[in-house]
Write a new protein. Structure first.
Lengths: 215, 292
């Protein structure tokens, strides 16, 4: 799926041309990774698939709607509100880090869903889905945090998405402070999600073990 | 020949329900139905044992609601907060704005007016909680007080910060805008109070009876002709008035969030009115005449 999205990005020059152009124009710098447009495709794909599959999956996979929406929202935020908005950050290694982590995770996850729906799920896929996250999840989170951290000075400098007093709507917003708050929020949230997955792993993989015993 | 069916909890294996007199031809769906019906709806304190639809042995299902706190306590706490907090900002208590502004006063009339309106609103709410409202339930879950206070106190601080800020910008259309907004605010405050009084008079002291509210001689209550919950309608109106008066985006956002919540409550109330009373006036909408 990631491969398909990447080719689409390099071919697509019509409507998405502006964005793709901006990404590739920073071409003198060695740009690594699929680029923002490809990742955008991935995210939209993610959103649509999640929404569509949610119904089907309710019975098959105990996939929490709240957790999945949370994950989708945070990904959309990292892509659009950080990586896309702060061009200088797009060539950072941290972007590569989370894109790779997400890509591998998604390939496994959607294979898992597909095979489950076809009622032919190889144990390897199930194992991969419930084991690789142990490395991929912290990897993705590190990539996200490092990217946000890298974006901070540019946000401060450009006053990105920020509005200060006085103004006629008597409102102010400091995007720099907002980003810092988001980064801090990872501290309580990440362990919860991580241990939820560990708990799921124990439930799902030991369940399969029992089944295999009785075969 | 009838069969007996015993339903146990899958995890704890404890007996959940015992159904006697089940037809052998009954489907699982029908048995499921009997089970949920046998759990029944929650009983009221006033119900009499003899009048309940039970056999020779009455089985009561006990549900632990968790730690509770009285509605009055919650209301008093959640309303006292904004009253106090707003005044901290109004008087520009140290450490909020720069030190050169400590204890200074705004030069804009509208800022003083806003403080009066905001404070009046919460004083009114406190007094109504103490002397007007008659609550159906005595208590609510304890965690609600933390949730509610965060909401009220948080928003109060956020709004107050901007309205009382040294760099506050008064409304674009000046005194005209402020006068119009003040009129809206005052009318809606009177309206809201009138509805609260009308609702109180529907229910005798100490009782928990529910009746359809109708317009009274007070013109403010004539809104009952068009909505089930005019108290919420007036409340939204008050905050819209306050938002126009202060021309402050956080106030508008607070109004929006409040409106969303009150619409949910109004729709729920409207639905339960319709369920309980066959002759409920059909013209009424939950919160916005003809629309919502």
């Amino acid at each position: 799926m990631a491969a398909a999205a990447a080719t689409a990005a390099t071919k697509g020059n019509g409507g998405g041309g502006g964005r793709a152009g901006a990404g590739e124009a920073s071409g003198t710098r060695k740009k690594k990774g699929p680029g923002p447009l490809a990742t955008a495709y991935l995210v939209i794909y993610n959103v649509v698939m999640t929404a569509g599959l949610r119904f089907n999956l309710k019975g098959i996979v105990p996939s929490s709607v709240v957790l999945t929406s949370f994950q989708v929202m945070s990904r959309v935020f990292i892509i659009w509100a950080v990586t896309h908005s702060v061009k200088e950050v797009q060539s950072e290694d941290s972007v590569l880090l989370f894109v790779i982590a997400w890509t591998i995770t998604e390939i496994i996850r959607y294979s898992f869903y597909t095979f489950s729906l076809l009622n032919h799920l190889p144990y390897l896929i199930k194992w991969a889905r419930y084991t690789l996250f142990i490395v991929l999840y912290p990897m993705g989170v590190s990539g996200e945090l490092l990217t946000m951290y890298a974006a901070l000075p540019f946000v401060r400098q450009a006053g990105l998405y920020s509005i200060s007093l006085p103004n006629k709507y008597n409102f102010s917003f400091d995007y720099y402070a907002f980003l810092i708050l988001i980064m801090i929020s990872y501290i309580p949230i990440f362990p919860q999600l991580y241990f939820h997955m560990i708990h799921q792993r124990r439930k799902v993989l030991s369940h399969t073990e029992e089944h295999k015993k009785f075969e | 020949m009838c069969k007996h069916v015993e339903i146990l909890d899958a995890k704890t294996r404890e007996k959940l329900c015992f159904l006697d007199k089940v037809e052998p031809q009954a489907t699982i769906a029908e048995i499921k139905n009997l089970f949920t019906k046998s759990q029944g709806k929650s009983l009221k304190d006033e119900d009499v044992l003899q009048k309940l639809p039970v056999g020779t042995t009455a089985t009561f299902y006990f549900r632990d609601l968790g730690a509770q706190i009285s509605w009055v306590t919650v209301f008093l706490t959640e309303y006292a907060g904004p009253l106090f907090i707003y005044l901290l900002f109004y008087f520009r208590v140290p450490f909020i704005y720069g030190h050169k502004y400590d204890f200074t006063s705004s030069r804009h009339t509208v800022v003083h007016l806003a403080c009066i309106c905001h404070s009046f609103h919460y004083v009114k709410r406190l007094l109504e909680t103490l002397f007007v409202h008659r609550f159906s339930h005595g208590t609510m879950p304890l965690r609600n007080i933390f949730k509610n206070c965060t909401y009220y106190w948080g928003f109060a601080a956020w709004m107050a910060y901007y309205i009382n800020h040294p760099l506050y910008t008064p409304p674009s259309y000046g005194a005209q805008q402020v006068k119009l907004a003040l009129a809206i605010f005052v009318i809606c405050q009177l309206g809201n109070f009138s509805i609260h009084m009308a609702l109180r008079d529907l229910r005798p002291a100490g009782s928990k009876t529910r009746k359809i509210p109708y317009p009274t001689k007070n013109p403010f209550t004539w809104l009952f002709l068009l909505v089930s919950c005019p108290n919420y309608t007036y409340e939204v109106g008050s905050w819209i008035g306050f938002a126009i008066m202060t021309q402050c985006l956080p106030v508008a956002l607070f109004s929006l969030v409040g409106f969303t919540q009150m619409t949910i409550w109004a729709k729920g109330k409207h639905r339960s009115y319709l369920k309980e009373f066959r002759d409920y006036p059909p013209l009424r909408m939950p919160i916005i005449p003809f629309l919502l």
